[in-house]
Write a protein that binds this ligand. Structure first.
Ligand SMILES: Cc1ncc(COP(=O)(O)O)c(C=O)c1O
Length: 365
């Protein structure tokens, strides 16, 4: 049994998402690229690459990782490229998507030999968090002025539009795609490919997959474009837990249990978006606040119900710990970094990475 804390990626759970992605590819004609910003744990890329078409990226490092570890089709995107990195980005990509017309123009010569696209911002989004809303006022994420985009159509053959965010509502997706068509229809029929980005929770329970496929297919046929999807969260949702052990218990008006992990170091997004972690089944008469071991006063995973009293040494599994989690882990407080363990389809568990004091030391100088 590996030492806690560790992230446990369960391939049989991952497979459920992969099969839905494969279904959508087959029935809609869309291609699916894993968004590495969400999940970049490359030990399972061999497994995932049987079900997906490649990767998309947000930086030079990610595009290199995608090419090296996932293979297949590799898209490069970044909010802004530096002069010093553009050549290496292009060397490692099949397509490059620029965030702005000025970057497209700046790197016109450097990128003349590669398929180029531009990010469009339809100024509508499904996000309920201003922080994560690509269409927020004064957003820097993509171009929205049709006249300006028309002037550079000779330089690009595709668009990327990412405006969904944790969107599990097909009707809302459908409506927003309609808004995109109204706004950018004339441009869409002049390109060969359109990426609709990520943020669509189509691998979730009860998502109307057939309606989704039909909508994508109709869009693709109407404009004569190859559609791409960039699922991050949808690829890995509910596949991974963070396994932790209780180190201490206290009663301070509430029952507290301190575990060998930290929300700030190991599940940072929960803190950023002020959400609580998930523990299942979350039933029983014993309520505990599960707390991290960093010095941050608010290092709290959440309050959960348990069947039994919690004791030092008990194991707790924090659910849904893959997306925007392992890619954001950090060395705050020098808290021991969770190992990475893969549960194979036959149920066996394999430790693929352990982190040591030397890793902590080499993260700084
Ligand atoms: C351009 C782009 N593509 C894909 C994604 C992946 O989104 P998600 O993980 O919500 O599917 C994001 C997330 O921010 C993104 O910005």
């Amino acid at each position: 049994m590996p030492h806690t804390p560790y992230y446990l990626i369960d391939k049989s759970k991952l497979l459920r998402n992969m099969e839905k992605i494969a279904y959508v590819r087959e029935h809609s004609g869309a291609k699916a690229l894993l968004a590495l910003k969400c999940f970049a744990t490359w030990s399972v890329f061999d497994f995932m690459s049987d079900y997906m078409d490649g990767t998309t990226s947000s930086s030079l490092h990610e595009v290199k990782l995608g090419r090296k570890k996932f293979g297949k089709e590799t898209h490069a995107y970044s909010v802004a490229y530096a002069d010093s990195e553009i050549d290496e980005v292009i060397e490692n990509a099949d397509k490059i998507i620029f965030n702005s017309i000025s970057q497209l123009n700046r790197f016109a010569d450097a990128a003349s030999g590669i398929v180029r696209g531009l990010r469009l911002n339809p100024q509508v989004s499904s996000s309920s968090f201003d922080l994560a809303d690509p269409a927020r006022p004064f957003s820097r994420l993509g171009e929205w002025d049709v006249t300006k985009v028309e002037a550079v159509m000779d330089r690009i053959s595709g668009f990327m539009i990412h405006n969904n965010c944790e969107n599990a509502d097909f009707d809302l997706f459908d409506k927003m795609l309609g808004d995109i068509e109204t706004k950018f229809g004339t441009l869409l029929s002049r390109v060969e490919w359109v990426s609709l980005g990520g943020g669509i929770h189509f691998t979730g329970d009860n998502y109307p997959l057939d309606k989704f496929c039909a909508r994508l297919k109709a869009f693709s046929e109407k404009y004569g474009v190859q559609v791409y999807l960039e699922p991050g969260e949808a690829s890995i949702t509910k596949s991974t837990t963070l396994e932790v052990t209780v180190l201490d218990t206290l009663f301070n008006g509430k029952n507290l249990a301190i575990v060998d992990s930290s929300i700030e170091a190991h599940m940072l997004d929960l803190l950023i978006y002020r959400e609580t972690a998930k523990v299942e089944p979350n039933t029983g008469d014993h309520t505990y606040m599960i707390c991290g071991k960093s010095c941050l006063a608010g290092d709290v995973f959440g309050e959960f119900n348990f069947e039994n009293e919690i004791r030092v040494g008990d194991r707790v599994s924090i659910q849904d710990a893959a997306g925007y989690t392992m890619v954001k882990k950090n060395w705050f407080n020098g808290v021991g970094m969770p190992s990475i363990v893969i549960k194979e389809l036959d149920g066996s568990e394999r430790v693929v990475r352990e982190f040591t004091f030397d890793d902590y030391v080499s993260s700084l100088s």
